[in-house]
Ligand binder design. Structure first.
Ligand SMILES: NC(=O)c1ccc[n+]([C@@H]2O[C@H](COP(=O)([O-])OP(=O)(O)OC[C@H]3O[C@@H](n4cnc5c(N)ncnc54)[C@H](OP(=O)(O)O)[C@@H]3O)[C@@H](O)[C@H]2O)c1
Length: 232
């Protein structure tokens, strides 16, 4: 073999090894707005997606499987979670505790938490409906899992199509486990967003308030998306 060909072969094998090492099986629990946006996007990165649905044979769930790349499947939530390295908890917040506790042993698994616990006041303004954060409550319900807050500060339409934001969008993340945060940061940047690490999971309190601020500004007629311009 000629030298350039050898080099090309080594480069291809390295890329193939890197891709297979970093390919995850991702369970997406919930097939609504967020699950239906993130599942197909993460599949574009080469990850295998398993939707966890209470009705995996439902027509809309099977349509979602069909538009997801790779070896996409749908199963009941506990089976999906058992087969996955990363679990996206994309149920409504009101259903999150029941859904999470139905998943079985989550020790060591990464939980991506995009949830917002929001209540509206009489004036239509949003407030956080938890004393700490949704992320810390999820960590308490699954103490041996590695929870990472992410994807709660933007709409599902932008998750599905970042270009629709009309410019760059930053996603703030937080979590206690550095390697879990690195995996989630890779998903964030892989599908076209900027990422900023805000610290340990208690920083989810600020990140969840970011959604409140964004929602209320939108209600007052000044909608925006978050973009953090790096300081020199
Ligand atoms: N919508 C957004 O733009 C957006 C953006 C950022 C963050 N968030 C947050 O993300 C979370 C999900 O929001 P969403 O808009 O995607 O909600 P959604 O459209 O209502 O979807 C929720 C899904 O949860 C599943 N589900 C309900 N109960 C369940 C249970 N006990 N076990 C397993 N699955 C269950 C259902 O799927 P099956 O019927 O297939 O089981 C349902 O499709 C919320 O906390 C929301 O605040 C939403």
């Amino acid at each position: 073999m000629t030298k350039p060909f050898n080099l090309l072969l080594v480069a291809m094998l390295t890329i193939a090894a890197w891709c297979s090492a970093s390919a995850e099986t991702i369970a997406v629990i919930g097939t609504g707005n967020v699950g239906g946006a993130l599942g197909p996007r993460f599949s574009e990165l080469g990850h295998d997606i398993i939707y966890g649905s209470r009705q995996p044979q439902r027509e809309d769930v099977q349509a979602l499987v069909s538009k997801t790349h790779g070896n996409a499947q749908a199963m009941i939530p506990a089976e999906a979670a058992a087969a996955a390295d990363v679990i996206v908890m994309a149920t409504k917040w009101a259903d999150a505790e029941v859904a999470l506790k139905s998943l079985g042993d989550l020790s060591g698994k990464i939980i991506l938490d995009p949830n917002n616990a929001v209540r509206m006041d009489a004036n239509g303004m949003r407030h956080l409906d938890v004393e700490t954060s949704a992320a810390e409550l999820i960590q308490g319900w699954a103490p041996n899992a590695r929870v990472v807050k992410a994807f709660n500060t933007l709409g599902a339409g932008i998750m599905a199509n970042p270009a629709s934001a009309g410019g760059p969008v930053t996603i703030a993340i937080a979590g206690n486990d550095a390697s879990a945060k690195a995996v989630i940061a890779g998903l964030v940047t892989g599908i076209g967003f900027e990422v900023v690490d805000m610290g340990d999971l208690s920083a989810a309190r600020f990140i969840e308030q970011m959604l409140i601020a964004r929602g209320n500004a939108g209600a007052l007629g000044t909608p925006f998306n978050y973009y953090f311009r790096p300081a020199r």
